[in-house]
Design a protein around this ligand. Structure first.
Ligand code: GDP
Ligand code: MG
Length: 370
């Protein structure tokens, strides 16, 4: 599949077109500036110039330039980003609410919490954990389908009185596909019929072996309603985060993912984004999906205005031209021209894909009529 022209690639890398053509020649590819390269070739060129590549999808390297390799030198520990999954009614929403109530920083903010699709908790010891507050596998699947990987750790909620159910199994599959380690939260321990050992046994069938049974998966007994075991669950998350050695460089232009977005009557397009790298600052120009804008204002998860947001921070961003989809990546770019250019490039690609979809659909219709 074709992705990017030589000229656009040069532009994106802030390199001269002839240098890109020369690099291509070295690889045995003769090209002019308007030639469209496939993703594999583009990837090779990007690496040749000392940049790192991120494949947004199988064929897509359109935001492929991840900064210089020396970025690794400045990486500092960052908070883990956690998603809660599990069978319906096993207590995902209740657990998210319960965990939110453990935030020691919430008191300072006057206890006003906002629903913005993600929130961060500060533990009594001063550690931070970011929770993606869009439980449900659909949000997770939508993000993964767009190539976004936001989750470091998956909390698998299983009700102790109900055990492993179809959506539990589905959640396990999602977590494994995303390569995210699982922590099992055995919920509803306050119920008379609670049988945590049965849950542990049932999970064996899906290759989840908890520590107690000699495996490596942490499990914690909790009650979202009675708010018990929450500190242990947070400890388990922080331990997992330590094992993963999660790091990011705060001193670079921000990059991340749109978690949620909506059109607000008074404020216009509002996007909740998760900053994954770098620091997002008020006044930055961002491209999110095919939309762009200058960050007019930012609010944290407690609805407080903030000027900057570092790695693993969830923030509400005001100032975009339109509403980007959940799961779309965002990047900070150096100026409005660049933002417009990337936005137009992506809009063109969306149209192309739609057109291709229509052609494909017509193809099958033709076949059906034949
Ligand atoms: P979700 O569908 O996974 O988001 O589940 P909810 O959080 O909506 O919970 C489903 C039901 O289980 C609600 O009636 C909750 O009050 C109840 N529930 C959740 N957690 C607990 C718990 O720890 N103990 C008890 N007894 N009930 C719970
Ligand atoms: Mg729910």
């Amino acid at each position: 599949p074709e992705t990017i022209s030589v000229a656009e690639l040069a532009n994106r890398m802030a390199t001269r077109v002839p240098d890109v053509i020369k690099a291509l020649m070295k690889m045995g590819v003769m090209a002019n500036m308007s030639q469209i390269l496939d993703a594999d070739t583009a990837e090779l060129v990007i690496q040749e110039f000392g940049h790192r590549v991120r494949r947004v999808s199988e064929s897509d390297v359109e935001i492929g330039i991840e900064g210089d390799l020396d970025e690794d030198l400045d990486r500092l520990p960052r908070a883990p980003v956690v998603t809660i999954m599990g069978h319906v009614d096993h207590g995902k929403t209740s657990l998210l609410d319960a965990l939110r109530s453990t935030d020691v920083a919430a008191g300072e903010a006057g206890g006003i919490t906002q629903h913005i699709g993600a929130y961060q908790v500060e533990t009594p010891a001063g550690s931070r954990i970011t929770f993606i507050d869009t439980p449900g596998h659909e949000a997770f699947t939508a993000m993964r389908a767009r190539g976004a990987s936001v989750t470091d750790v998956v909390i698998l909620v299983v009700a102790a009185d109900d055990g492993v159910m179809p959506q539990t199994i589905e959640a396990i599959r999602h977590a494994k596909a995303a390569n995210a380690p699982i922590i099992v939260a055995i919920n509803k321990m306050d119920k008379p019929g609670a049988n945590p050992n049965r849950v542990r046994q049932e999970l064996l069938q899906y290759e989840i072996v908890v520590e107690e049974l000699g495996g490596e998966t942490q499990d914690v007994e909790v009650s979202a309603i009675k708010r018990t075991g929450l500190d242990k669950l947070e400890e388990a998350i922080l331990l997992q985060a330590e094992i993963l050695d999660l790091r990011a460089n705060p001193e670079r232009a921000a990059e991340g993912t749109v978690v949620e977005s909506r059109l607000d009557r008074g404020r216009g397009p509002v996007a909740t984004v998760l900053v994954q790298k770098g620091t997002l600052a008020q006044g930055d120009i961002i491209v999110a999906g095919a939309e762009w804008g200058r960050v007019r204002a930012m609010l944290d998860d407690k609805n407080r205005p903030i000027k900057t947001a570092g790695p693993s921070s969830p923030v509400e961003v005001l100032g975009l031209s339109s509403v980007p989809g959940a799961g779309e990546p965002f990047v900070v770019v150096e100026n409005e021209n660049r933002a417009r250019e990337i936005s137009e490039f992506r809009q063109r690609r969306i149209k192309e894909k739609q057109a291709a979809g229509i052609t494909a659909a017509r193809g099958t219709l033709d076949q059906m009529l034949a």
